[in-house]
Design a protein around this ligand. Structure first.
Ligand SMILES: *Cc1c(COP(=O)(O)O)cnc(C)c1O
Length: 434
């Protein structure tokens, strides 16, 4: 189990000073070793408090130039000759993400497709690797696209989908996993950090449970990659996928990444037999014969320009260092919870994320019966959160560029508008949002 004790230098804010005093936030920013990274991003409106970096990371200041160079020099000047360099991008950027952020070995991560498509490819590969087994295990709190992909697979392949129940506000229960995995299970798959509550699953323990039953383990790292150390190789994880536009700041629609443990490269085969997985691709051979490495999980021509943008965003995360990001994420979400307890609990809010930082990623959910209206009012007050069903306000202070004063200001504006009843003037939640 990841433990706060593993995270260097994390004093409890409450022990230090009054969290509601703005000077406390100012002091925390002054002591923050990651503070200089904020200026490496395009900040836009200085009054805007952006607490949704876990949904769409900010634009790195270097990305527009990098893209302009790629367009003008490489596309405009090099033309087709650019492929001699572009063809390596998916694995170069994959190593940047995999080795520096996810604890994978070199050659185990590639950038490709969307998270959804990668999940499908790896889940099918896992089922095909266990042809005598007929079940997949996941949970009902998994991200929607993951659940849909698995439902589709179950329908297409006639396999049984075992959906565990996970408490909306808590991490996946390893005891429930242990009870659900047996010799019929080919694949166990969960999200590492829950998209709504921010609960952090016990990745090593659950991976071990899957392995004890002879199943393959596939993690979705979309909400942990770039904010929480993952330790893929150390835990012996088989497969993983994750998103490029959240904590990795790759921009809207950034390509995703996939990880396959090197010991599985030779035996696993994904369902989309495209030419970008083919050995000696430009020989245009007659039969599909995939390369032996991570490249065999590629499909078609990769999005070169978008991959350059992802490289800029991921490089900043790697430069900051995942351990320092985790330390700040712990401290900053602790701070947010301290403020919520002091200011928001009296207004009917409850913390809907694990209170222990060891069981939490880098975002915090707050429950309130009028969360939908409050969310709309908060956006109009210049604070960007997320609404999540049924009654959750999700606040994601991405540690790479969010200041403690932003957290203080965001929660203060939230308190003020609910105290004034401003949200009551907003329409209630439309029925179609379920
Ligand atoms: C954001 C997210 C995705 C996104 O999938 P796309 O294919 O990029 O739309 C998938 N899984 C999880 C857990 C996510 O948080």
């Amino acid at each position: 189990m990841p433990d706060v004790a593993d995270v260097p230098d994390v004093p409890d804010v409450a022990d230090v000073a009054d969290p509601t005093d703005r000077d406390t936030a100012i002091a925390l920013d002054a002591a923050d070793p990651l503070a200089p990274f904020r200026d490496r991003f395009v900040l836009g409106d200085p009054e805007l408090v952006y607490l949704d970096g876990n949904s769409l990371g900010r634009l790195p200041a270097s990305t527009p130039d990098r893209l302009a160079r790629a367009v003008v020099e490489e596309w405009g000047g090099d033309l087709i000759r650019g492929w001699s360099r572009w063809v390596e991008l998916a694995t170069e950027v994959g190593d940047l993400i995999g080795v520096r952020l996810l604890g994978a070995h070199p050659g185990e991560v590639a950038v490709a497709d969307s998270t959804t498509v990668n999940l499908y490819k790896l889940a099918v590969a896992a089922l095909d690797a266990r042809p005598d087994r007929t079940a997949i295990v996941t949970d009902d709190d998994n991200f929607p696209t993951d659940r849909y992909v698995l439902q589709g697979l179950a329908a297409q392949r006639g396999v049984e989908l075992r959906v565990l129940h996970t408490d909306l506000d808590a991490a996946i229960d390893p005891a429930a996993v242990a009870a659900a995995v047996d010799g019929e299970v080919a694949l166990v798959t969960f999200s590492h950090v829950a998209y709504r509550s921010g609960a952090l699953a016990d990745l090593p323990a659950i991976t071990a449970l899957a392995h004890d039953a002879g199943a393959l383990m596939l993690w979705d790292l979309s909400h942990s990659g770039g904010s929480v150390p993952v330790g893929l190789a150390e835990a012996g994880v088989d497969l993983a996928v994750g998103c490029g536009y959240k904590y990795l700041n790759g921009g809207p629609g950034a390509p995703a990444y996939l990880y396959v443990r090197s010991g599985l490269h030779e035996t696993l085969r994904q369902p989309i037999w495209g030419w970008f997985g083919q050995r000696d691709q430009f020989a245009m051979g007659g039969r599909y014969d995939p390369v032996p490495g991570i490249g065999r999980f590629g499909t078609g021509t990769p999005p070169v320009l978008a991959t350059y943008a992802l490289a800029e965003g991921a490089a900043l995360v790697a430069e900051a260092g995942i351990d320092r990001l985790r330390a700040k994420g712990v401290r900053q979400t602790n701070y947010l919870i301290e403020l919520a307890d002091a200011w928001l609990a009296p207004l009917g809010f409850t913390v809907a994320s694990p209170r222990s930082a060891a069981h939490r990623g880098s975002h915090v959910s707050l429950a309130h019966p009028h969360a939908w209206q409050i969310c709309q009012a908060l956006i109009d007050a210049g604070v960007i959160p997320d609404y999540r069903v049924p009654d959750r306000l999700r606040l994601g202070p991405a540690p790479l560029y969010t200041r403690y004063v932003d957290v203080h200001e965001g929660v203060r504006r939230l308190r003020d508008l609910v105290r004034a009843g401003t949200h009551e003037r907003y329409p209630t939640r439309p029925d179609r949002v379920t």
